[in-house]
Structure formats: structure tokens, C-alpha cells
Design a protein around this ligand. Structure first.
Ligand code: CP
Ligand code: NVA
Length: 306
């Protein structure tokens, strides 16, 4: 069975730590000396838009000496033009690893059950594990450590990005808090899975954003309406208005707190320009780390993990 990367619930703390070490090592290695993926191909299938994930995966594969092939979801029609099962068995004959961005997480799981190559979740409605690992890499570089001395507060929707971050923080012992309105809290299924995976780690939800960010070393936010939820934009704007990360809210965090956002951002909606463009905002190095984490991930999946 190939090793997949669908959700951080499937990753051990030792593996998560090894992947960040590997990313930091690869970041320092001169590009021309990397040949870990020579002769290997990465398939990329995206059913939703992307800048960072698509381009950083393609660049990662190029830097490792391999190649990639990109297909728009509508051109492939997984589960429409042919069954997920047939698609998985055929694509496994052509590429060595496949990253997919789709809606239902069950599609990613069904692909993994039927493929003979590693499957990577490049974002589903439930999880964005590559993003969360790049985020932890960014915090480790900025703060110098990853442990319970760090409090990360995610202000906004309990969405795919927030869920993967909560799990990533639990893997490294970082204290995670979700500041969300009651209606946009984590779903029950996620909460029960989290509690059974990390019985000693409370999943802290705080509805008051000001209370939540007190003493935080990291303040994180994401769009209020994720891809596929565009028809809910107006209602979500009202619900999340008190959760905007603006200078007043950010000032309640630790004096040296950093600001993170997975991007793309809706400027002056979930975050104001003064926070997003401040010296304490690390969103650009955070985006850069998508490339470095994914180099480590591809290297692992194509070598040691198989
Ligand atoms: N953060 C992120 O995944 O960005 P893209 O949607 O542009 O890939
Ligand atoms: N929560 C967002 C993240 C985009 C990178 C979405 O799913 O659209």
C-alpha cells in the first residue's frame, strides 16, 4: 500500500517533525544539487482554483528534478466521465504521485483506496494539510520553536484550513484556539475525531474574539466564505463582522505576535490592510514555505515512505 497524505490525523508527531526538519534542510540545499525525483512525474488535478498550491507543487517537483502534469478537474471528470475506481487505477499507471484539490473529502479517500501511488490532498472541503504544515514551518522559523509556549488563535470560520491547523498544532503541542461564532464552529464529526486522536488536548473554542487573542503569539485568519460557499457570502459577512482581524483586535495579542493567512485574502473583510501589510505579517514567507514543505513531502512520499 502506498503512503498517502490526505489528512494530518494520519500523520504521527514524529513524522510531522521529520517533515519540517526535511523541509528546512532542503531549503538550504543548492537547487542544482537536488535530483531526488529524476524521472518521476507528479499529477495535479484541481477541481477548484489555485495559485499557491498548484504553482508551488509544480515548482517543488521541478526543483527535485522531476516533472509534473496539470489537469483541470472538468477535463478529467472524476466520478462523472468514469468511476473514481477506474480513474485511480489508470492514473496510477502514468504518474508516480497525484495531488488532488476537490470538494468532498470522500473523493480523496476513495482515490487513495484504489490508487497504487501516493495521493496528496491539495485541499478538500474538510482539510488542507499541506497548508497547515507550511504554516507550522513558518512559525518554527519565526519563533524558533514549536511547543506549548505558543498560542495560535484562528479567528474566523471553522473551515478546512482551521481544522488542519488545529490538528497540526496538536501534533506539535502548540496551543490552538478557534475564535468563531457558534454557527461556524467545528462540526461535531471533526470534534469527536480530534478528541479521540488527542484525548489529552482540549479543542478550545472561544466565541469572544477579544478574549481569544489575549496572549496569542500567532493570530491567523482565512476567508469567511470558502470556495464552493460563494452563495453564502452576504450572510457570512454579517456573522463574521465582529471577527475581523483589524489593528484593534491584533493589538490584544502578544506584543510580538505574528499574523498569518493562507491567502488569497479578501482585503478589509476578514483582515484589514494595516494588519496584512504590517511588519508582523508573515504571509509572504508563509506562502513561500508551501514550496519548501511540499518539496519535503514529495521527497518523502517518493523515497522513504514507499
Ligand atoms: N493557500 C492556498 O492553498 O492558496 P491557493 O488556493 O492559491 O492554492
Ligand atoms: N478556506 C479556503 C482556503 C483557500 C486556500 C477555501 O477552501 O476556499
Amino acid at each position: 500500500m502506498p503512503r498517502h497524505f490526505l489528512d494530518l490525523f494520519d500523520v504521527t508527531p514524529a513524522e510531522a517533525s521529520m517533515l519540517l526538519d526535511r523541509a528546512l534542510t532542503l531549503k538550504k540545499v543548492p537547487r542544482s544539487s537536488l535530483r531526488h525525483a529524476t524521472g518521476r512525474t507528479l499529477g495535479l488535478i484541481f477541481e477548484k482554483p489555485s495559485l499557491r498550491t498548484r504553482v508551488s507543487f509544480e515548482a517543488a517537483m521541478t526543483r527535485l528534478g522531476g516533472a509534473s502534469t496539470f489537469l483541470k478537474g472538468e477535463d478529467v471528470g472524476i466520478g462523472v466521465r468514469e468511476s473514481v475506481h477506474d480513474f485511480a487505477r489508470v492514473i496510477s499507471q502514468y504518474v508516480d504521485v497525484l495531488a488532488i484539490r476537490t470538494f468532498g473529502h470522500s473523493i480523496v479517500e476513495e482515490l487513495a483506496r484504489n490508487a497504487s501511488i501516493p495521493i496528496v490532498n491539495a485541499l478538500s472541503d474538510d482539510a488542507h494539510p499541506c497548508q497547515a504544515m507550511a504554516d507550522l514551518l513558518t512559525i518554527r522559523e519565526a519563533v524558533g520553536t514549536l511547543d506549548s509556549s505558543i498560542k495560535l488563535v484562528f479567528v474566523g470560520d471553522g473551515n478546512n484550513v482551521a481544522r488542519s491547523l488545529a490538528v497540526a498544532c496538536a501534533l506539535f503541542g502548540v496551543r490552538f484556539v478557534l475564535a468563531a461564532p457558534e454557527a461556524y464552529n467545528f462540526p461535531d464529526a471533526f470534534r469527536s475525531r480530534f478528541q479521540s486522536a488527542f484525548p489529552k488536548t482540549p479543542l478550545v473554542i472561544e466565541h469572544d474574539p477579544v478574549k481569544a487573542v489575549a496572549g496569542a503569539q500567532v493570530v491567523y485568519t482565512d476567508v469567511w466564505a470558502s470556495m464552493g460557499q460563494e452563495c453564502e457570502t452576504a450572510i457570512r459577512r454579517t456573522a463574521f463582522a465582529p471577527y475581523q482581524v483589524n489593528a484593534a483586535l491584533f493589538a490584544r495579542a502578544d506584543r510580538d505576535a505574528i499574523f498569518l493567512h493562507c491567502l488569497p485574502a479578501h482585503r478589509n473583510e476578514e483582515v484589514t490592510d494595516d494588519v496584512l501589510d504590517s511588519d508582523r505579517s508573515l504571509v509572504i514567507p508563509q506562502a513561500a514555505n508551501r514550496l519548501h514543505f511540499q518539496m519535503a513531502l514529495l521527497d518523502w512520499l517518493l523515497t522513504d515512505a514507499c
